[in-house]
Design a protein around this ligand. Sequence first.
Ligand code: PA5
Length: 447
Amino acid sequence: MKNISLNIDKVAGFVSKETIAAYEPQVKACMETLENGTGKGNDFLGWLHLPSSITAGHLANLKATAQVLRDNCEVVVVAGIGGSYLGARAVIEALSNSFQWLKAKQDGPVIVFAGHNIGEDYLFELTEYLKDKKFGVINISKSGTTTETALAFRLLKKQCEDQLGKEMAKKVIVAVTDAKKGAARVTADKEGYQTFIIPDNVGGRFSVLTPVGLLPIAVAGFDIEKLVEGARTMETVCGPTTPFAENPAAVYAATRNELYKNGKKIEILVNFNPKLHYMNEWWKQLYGESEGKDGKGIYPSAVDFSTDLHSMGQWIQEGERTIFETVISIEKPEHTLQVPSDSENLDGLNFLAGKRVDEVNKMAELGTQLAHVDGGVPNMRLIVPELNEYYLGEIIYFFEKACGISGYLLEVNPFNQPGVEAYKKNMFALLNKPGYEEESKAIQARL
Ligand code: PA5
């Protein structure tokens, strides 16, 4: 079976292959640091050998709980934010029918997301939508105290109990949280919800292969065994015994760091398949939170092509030359659709008649790559044979491993996120949260 692969041919005019190859000893050292747990953030390395440590029994437990929700719910609300949200959404959206909302009959529950914003209209409209539905909730929070998620869960818990009764609500509310601490744990234990644990040593953005991602993905009806199997393959392929040139995570980490050193401060993750939109979002969090610190770090940005070629395409072609692109290229679509012939040919498209839509898309991809390289934008391609659970598992682990290596190459702690606390402190002070009295006074004085 083919694996995902990385092609860096189109960075050659910007940084030489020899320079990238010269990263080998540094990358090796970073990989050893990860393996030996001797680097910064070494208490958050649980993701490194997670795929190979997941047991069949664990997956069976997750599937059994997922089945309860599938059997009893028309809708399941997945509540979480950041690392407790994006991985599940990325995989579910990548695998779902684009028009699932319009399907009259679902094979399983509709999955919706909450707890990732504080939009009053969003939450109001969600509660309206749920009004006449049998719905369940997966409450995901590692700390168990995240305001966005806790607030949404407070509303959802009440509505679920009001609509279904307390006993039934207990059956369809599941918590994914810390083993011991946090409000989500306290509530789950008090109410007797089924719970799954987020391991202490796995940070949010590296947690998609824990129950944080696996439970919602299983509830959506997708094959979590295949997802983990793909990740497991990449754990080996991207492992410390693979030679540098054959290790895509090593080569990707080295190439993006060399581009960064050469003034390419922004990386744009590109897809030519709208189903990958949330994969972009997941990737942005993974790299943004891991590397953006100590005044350093590539800015991770993302676009959906060809849609955004009609908006951001101008900037990418001719704006400031501080960017490079990484394209996730899906080789084979799931379906076949040909361009029909038209006797009048008023739109002039008969030259495409009989061709597959994907052939047009692929030429858009190739044409864009050549144009952007000509315009001064280095280009890498992550080639993915098909968009399915197995290859999504490969993509996830590949990017996670490369992120760990890349963060160490950059000499930052890739596993903390001290910067995200600043807004929380101000918000709590502005809202007069108990315990924030001094901060409240100080912030009021600034207004
Ligand atoms: O990556 C991270 O650590 C964050 O994005 C968290 O996942 C996010 O803030 C949610 O935290 P929690 O799961 O504690 O609610």
